[in-house]
Design a protein around this ligand. Structure first.
Ligand code: HEC
Length: 196
């Protein structure tokens, strides 16, 4: 875990269980590592190059507008990085135009995302020596009037077949609340953040 904030292990396990078993991608992207944590920079970068086009196509199969456009947004990490909270998958977050300036400061305190800010996070699971497309996790700042119980955030996820995942708001928010001073934003691991 790359953060000093303690996160509930049971929530992490739970999120892994929410995982969508079947990838949409027929692409063959082998991985010579036991799991995402064992992978070198070079291995992760090569895997991402192999998967990225098919992954974006997979999410865009449905009618989610974020799935259609997030690849034109600002990438916030130098490469995908693993984290236990989202099912031990490799994660890479994109910020839309409204969110990018605020998010890329990676500030620890006094942060407030602007209404209309959206963060979309790709995920790749390593299963049976293969990279598999995981859900696209999305947080959108709607404002406190629209989402009073979740700090103004709406949480959604797009499955690898383009369909929306059924996620209870509290499930996502209870964990993101650990990052309260940063308006619920967890950020990529420090060594993987893009320099501004
Ligand atoms: C157990 C804790 C936990 C749960 C549950 C959780 N997240 Fe996260 N989330 C994190 C952490 C930690 C990160 C940063 C990981 C990284 O990018 O390396 C993160 C990052 C994100 C990001 C990128 C923006 C940011 O905060 O930096 C999005 C988008 C996101 N999560 C959406 C969701 C959605 C949607 C759900 C519910 C389906 C969810 N999360 C459930 C802990 C959690």
């Amino acid at each position: 875990m790359h953060t000093s904030i303690a996160l509930g292990a049971s929530a992490a396990v739970c999120l892994a269980a929410l995982a969508v078993a079947q990838p949409a991608s027929a692409q063959d992207c082998p991985v010579e590592a036991a799991d995402a944590y064992e992978m070198t920079d070079v291995q992760v970068t090569a895997l991402y190059a192999c998967m990225e086009a098919a992954m974006a196509d997979a999410y865009a199969q449905g009618d989610n507008p974020v799935a259609d456009s997030y690849r034109d947004w600002t990438v916030t990490g130098v490469r995908p990085g693993p984290d236990p909270t989202h099912g031990d998958r490799l994660l890479l977050t994109f910020a839309n135009e409204i969110a990018a300036d605020t998010y890329l400061q990676f500030a620890e305190e006094g942060v407030e995302m602007l209404v209309g800010g959206i963060l979309a996070k790709e995920s790749i699971a390593i299963n049976d020596g293969q990279g598999r497309v995981g859900p696209l996790f999305i947080m959108e700042k709607l404002g406190l009037d629209a989402a009073p119980e979740t700090g103004g955030w709406s949480y959604t996820a797009v499955q690898p077949d383009g369909q929306m995942m059924n996620v209870p708001q509290s499930f996502c928010h209870d964990c993101h609340m650990n990052f309260e001073g940063r308006d619920g934003m967890a950020y990529p691991a420090a060594e993987l953040r893009v320099a501004r």
